[in-house]
Design a protein around this ligand. Structure first.
Ligand code: ADP
Ligand code: ZN
Length: 721
């Protein structure tokens, strides 16, 4: 008989053994259905002819595999990636496997699904709820469940609308092929520097060997145009290409640029896809029919049939680091996938991470530089505004030089962008008479006032409350005041200064889907917006030729945290947002408001001397033994019971191996000491590069027990340290 070891998509378990029934072919990688207790789970054959060792379940007690899914097997390269990811990030292999497989229903079954969309018929008598649902469903299509979620109504309301004829069925073919991108559709005329970089990337693709490349070019230098040529090379070789983007909001502009270059849209993969789109894309990717995929970090684990190149755009972005579930860094996993697949991995960035630059210095990554903006566009002039010398008037946040520049920009009919990384109206609300501050009951965080929707919100757990009319503490009336600015408050200030200038607030509250992002881009391009007030969401990727002024409202915000990455992150963020200014024929200018214009990071931005700033930051890391010079992991211990959390954290700290290699800092309250009702303590583990940090943590934690109410999560290569 044949005995196979199966990795099930169930987080709690490692691989389990099953009997392969006679007549079933189940080579490694085959996607199968296996029984577990009363359930039937999807799994993947990890070892085909497993030889049991003593102590393992005997052959006669094995259960039979139920069936094979009708899908291509997972290739060995992807299986290795899953194993590596689980191993490196100390995550259950099954949790990693789940990122490679869609839901079981997507693996089989029919080649069509039935979705619903508006028919145009409007029933005579509509309840208010149904009417609201209809308004929200304009242009939407999906399963009953998806439409209900989108309209924020129950499934029954949607079914009622179907019965009433307002929604009608549409049959969606799941095996409809995607149109093929044409590498010769509209090739650009590249500058000599661009052409040289593009030629090297194409050569790397054709070499079919592992090669990480840092494509390091200032904002507007044409990095996208250049890496498009790597995609073209993959297409000509008949292979697939993957582009990872940091935000799904950037997908839409990317799709348009891609279509202009290659004639058709690439295949998008992100959390906002409908189930039918997800099923269709997954299969086309696995069968090699989908040739170019653009997606969020989760697209990294898809079962590409024949991947030829991976591109990580804006590779320095923090959103590539996943914090929940499997805590992995998509940039680093992309490089590993490139190694296993033996293909180049291109990291594109104007402000690469210190870790990435270090790999270049070590000679492990190739570097291609694009030193100037394309077409003679100049980099913007950057000026610091000293908020102590030139403070904004009382109760406002924009200093006189920035207001003057804003006025001139608007008078010329150009566009401006004000950047403040704070959603809502004000980050803190307090009572003037008793000092009461509105804090989230579940998190160590203030409730943020969102005046547009008249709510107080926690940005960490999503708690929403009505702003009360009286202070809940002292019952004073009209005593609540908003402290500090958020983007909504800046928008109010702009409205008061320039009432005729059309404004747009761009945050994750307003730009939560690719469609909304597309609408924003359209309005910007049509000149329907004069001033954008936005968070980090507007700092990257966008290209608006008439945008000539960028104002950074509070450059000190990111430096306050005080972790070792604060200056680097501030530099990246401000350099990126500054990069939005003056990308076309008109020159751009940037004003940075700060209380500390002498800070090295502000000086580096103003002088444009990134290299010496990086050198100093890298040296600071070296002295601290921090990454990339040492290894780090954070152990986060959390519980709803404060005592259990702190005691477990201390117990783990006491049990730390004393091998002279690792150092443990803490436990101390985690950066968010309470999150979603759980008390959190953190131990930071620090080891030299040569140490087997994961192995040490595995045996250290593996020998310990803690109460069931306590969760212990390990974050390897934590973002903040
Ligand atoms: P980056 O990604 O480095 O910020 P982009 O690739 O977005 O730069 O290029 C900036 C702008 O310049 C885009 O509008 C792009 O289409 C244009 N551009 C860059 N290189 C060329 C070229 N060789 N020919 C035509 N347009 C170009
Ligand atoms: Zn909260």
């Amino acid at each position: 008989m044949s005995r196979a070891r199966i990795l099930l998509t169930n987080a709690a378990l490692g691989p389990l053994d099953y009997r392969v029934p006679a007549g079933m072919a189940a080579p490694p990688g085959t996607i199968v259905i296996a029984p577990l207790g009363p359930r039937q789970l999807t799994g993947v054959v990890w070892e085909a002819e497993h030889m049991p060792s003593a102590g393992e379940v005997g052959d006669n007690r094995l259960r039979n595999l139920i069936a094979r899914h009708d899908a291509p097997p997972l290739r060995p390269e992807l299986r290795r990636l899953i194993e590596w990811t689980a191993d490196y990030y100390l995550a259950p292999p099954a949790a990693v496997l789940r990122m490679a497989l869609p839901s079981a229903s997507a693996l089989d079954g029919g080649r069509t699904v039935l979705e619903y969309r508006l028919t145009g018929a409007v029933p005579d008598r509509l309840s208010a709820q149904r009417e609201r649902a209809l308004a929200r469903l304009a242009g939407r299509q999906g399963l009953v469940r998806e439409l209900a979620a989108h309209a924020e109504v129950s499934d029954a309301v949607i079914r009622g609308l179907i019965k009433a004829g307002a929604l009608g069925p549409v049959e969606v073919a799941l095996d409809a092929p995607y149109p093929a991108p044409d590498p010769d559709h509209a090739p650009p005329l590249l500058s000599p520097v661009q052409a040289d970089a593009a030629g090297r990337l194409a050569a790397a693709v054709n070499a079919r060997a592992f090669q990480p490349v840092l494509l390091d070019g200032v904002t507007g230098s044409g990095k996208t145009e250049v890496y498009f040529e790597a995609i073209a090379a993959a297409l000509r070789a008949g292979r697939q290409a993957l582009v990872l983007l940091p935000e799904i909001a950037l997908t839409e502009p990317f799709l348009k640029r891609f279509a202009a270059r290659f004639g058709v849209m690439p295949v998008a993969w992100h959390s906002d896809l409908r189930q039918s789109e997800r099923r269709r894309a997954w299969r086309a990717i696995a069968e090699g029919q989908a040739q170019v995929v653009v997606g969020a970090r989760s697209a990294l684990f898809l079962p590409y049939a024949d991947l030829g190149v991976i591109i990580v755009d804006e590779a320095h972005e923090t959103s590539f680091k996943q914090e929940e579930g499997v805590a992995y860094h998509a940039r680093d996993v992309a490089v590993m996938r490139g190694r296993f697949e033996a293909i180049p991995v291109i990291l594109a960035s104007a402000t690469p991470a210190i870790e990435t630059r270090h790999q270049v210095e070590l000679g492990r990554y190739q570097e291609l530089r694009l030193p100037g903006r394309h077409g003679g566009a100049e980099l913007p002039a950057i000026t610091a505004i000293d908020l102590i010398a030139q403070p904004p008037p009382r109760g406002s946040w924009l200093a006189p030089p920035l207001v003057a520049a804003l006025g001139e920009t608007l008078a010329r009919g150009e566009q401006a962008l004000l950047f403040l990384n704070r959603r809502g109206y004000a980050p803190l609300t307090l009572c003037r008479s008793c000092g009461h501050r509105f804090q989230c009951p579940n998190c160590t965080a203030w409730l943020v006032e969102h005046r547009l929707v008249h709510r107080l919100q926690c940005h960490h757990c999503g708690l929403v409350a009505q702003p009360p009319a009286i202070c809940p503490e002292c019952k004073a009336e009209d005593s609540l005041v908003a402290c500090g600015p958020g983007v909504e408050r800046i928008a109010d200030e702009v409205a008061a200064l320039f009432p005729d200038a059309p404004r747009a607030i761009v945050t994750s509250d307003t730009l939560w889907s690719p469609a909304r992002a597309a609408e924003f881009v359209r309005r910007m391009e049509a000149g329907e917006i004069a001033v954008v007030i936005g968070t980090q969401l507007v700092t990257k990727g966008y290209h608006f030729p008439d945008l000539t002024l960028v104002g950074v409202v509070d450059a000190d915000l990111g430096l306050a945290g005080g972790d070792l990455r604060a200056a680097e992150r501030t530099f990246q963020q401000i350099a990126q947002v500054a990069g939005r200014a003056g990308r076309g024929a008109k020159p751009g200018q940037v004003f940075i408001q700060t209380h500390d214009p002498a800070a090295p990071v502000i000086q580096a931005l103003v002088s444009g001397d990134a290299d010496s700033f990086y050198a100093a930051e890298t040296e600071a890391r070296r002295l601290a033994g921090a990454p990339p010079f040492g290894r780090m992991a954070a152990i986060i211990v959390s519980s709803e019971q404060a005592n259990a959390a702190v005691e477990t954290a201390r117990m783990i700290g006491r049990a730390a191996p004393d091998d002279g290699q690792i150092h443990v800092f803490g436990p101390a309250p985690a950066p968010l000491a309470m999150l979603r009702g759980r008390h959190r303590h953190r131990l930071l583990v620090h080891a030299p590069r040569s140490a087997d940090l994961q192995g040490m943590i595995r045996s250290w934690l593996g020998g310990l027990n803690w109460p069931g109410s306590v969760r212990v999560a390990v974050d390897v290569d934590p973002y903040s340290f």
